[in-house]
Design a protein around this ligand. Structure first.
Ligand SMILES: [Fe+2]
Ligand SMILES: [Fe+2]
Length: 329
């Protein structure tokens, strides 16, 4: 298909032609690329979603990074360091994907630091024991995979492509978490108790990572119409419950929810009630670790000022050299 004649908003003719091509691409389940015309609402909604996702990856480094020095062996330390570095990489791909929609990374960072941008509620819970690192890998990265595999087919090209690589790394993260729990589950009674306690605390928050129930999720419908989201929050949550209900048996541990069951009539996994008031509180900045996470992020940003200055000075120097070389040629 030919490239659209215009990519800018302004003239009604251009907007109408652009909208028509956009609608066709979506109807064919094709991809929208950065230079294509797109409705402002699509651009805005994606910018919000991708930047929130990027912020989550970056803030998500904190709870686990706190345990690098306390990992029980050299092997565990190396694995955890690699995982935390992967999360930094995920943040960078996603900021780059969001930048193709026209918002600079500096602006996204400013919004995060000013407390104007959201990130996943899950990273505002404390990481109390080594078993929590296992539960985070298994449940939090596991929920992330369920959410993100369908995003590999998101209609916006740069987002979908970033998700492909991210999902490969997330699947390694989930396995390393499961393996930590498996080792604890086969250890002493105290280790088994520690693993069960971690699962008990991370279970409900990980289910809430899929977002509010479908009847309370106003943006989902539009996002599905645009082929960004492929499955509803409740659908994805139900798949996740099914996955962990099977896997927890291999651990010889249990989920802290007596209502988990497979409903033969609907073909879906069900779970007990979740505390959506708590979810809203955490999202509003009043969770157990919100203040600490934001403070640490601000400090890291200030500490990195000299790196940004040096990188900008270097880029200037390179640009001046290139200009001089062009003049001399
Ligand atoms: Fe990640
Ligand atoms: Fe991860």
């Amino acid at each position: 298909m030919a490239a659209p004649a215009a990519t800018q908003h302004g003239s009604p003719d251009v907007d109408a032609a652009g909208q028509q091509l956009f609608d066709e691409l979506i109807a064919q389940d094709s991809r929208i690329e950065p230079r294509d015309w797109m409705p402002e609402a699509y651009r805005k909604s994606l910018t919000r979603q991708i930047s929130q996702h990027a912020h989550s990856e970056i803030i998500g480094m904190q709870p686990e990074a706190n345990w690098i020095t306390r990992a029980p062996s050299l092997k565990r330390k190396a694995i955890l360091m690699a995982k935390v570095q992967d999360e930094a990489g995920h943040g960078l791909y996603l900021y780059s994907a969001a930048e193709t929609l026209g918002t600079a990374r500096d602006k996204m960072t400013e919004d995060l630091i000013a407390g104007k941008a959201r990130y996943s509620s899950i990273f505002n819970y404390p990481v109390l024991t080594w078993a929590d690192i296992g539960a985070i890998g298994w449940l939090v990265d596991g929920a992330a995979i369920c959410n993100q595999v369908p995003l590999c087919r998101a209609s916006y090209g740069p987002y979908g492509r970033a998700m492909v690589r991210i999902c490969k790394e997330e699947s390694f993260h989930q396995r390393q978490g499961f393996e930590i729990l498996l080792e604890l589950a086969n250890g002493t009674q105290a280790q088994r108790d520690m693993a069960q306690d971690a699962i008990n605390r991370w279970y409900a928050p990980s289910l809430m990572m899929f977002g509010p129930p479908d009847d309370d999720s106003p943006n989902s419908k539009q996002s599905m119409a645009w082929n960004i989201k492929r499955f509803s929050n409740d659908e994805l949550r139900s798949r996740f419950v099914g996955m962990i209900a099977e896997q927890v048996r291999a651990l010889g541990l249990t989920l802290p929810d007596p209502d988990v069951r497979f409903n033969e009539d609907t073909g879906r996994w069900e779970h007990g009630p979740l505390d959506w008031e708590e979810f809203k509180e955490v999202l509003a900045g009043r969770g157990p670790c919100n203040a600490q996470r934001m403070e640490r992020r601000r400090e890291a940003h200030e500490d990195g000022a000299w790196v940004r200055e040096a990188a900008a000075a270097y880029a200037d120097k390179q640009a001046r050299r290139a200009a001089t070389a062009t003049e001399a040629a």
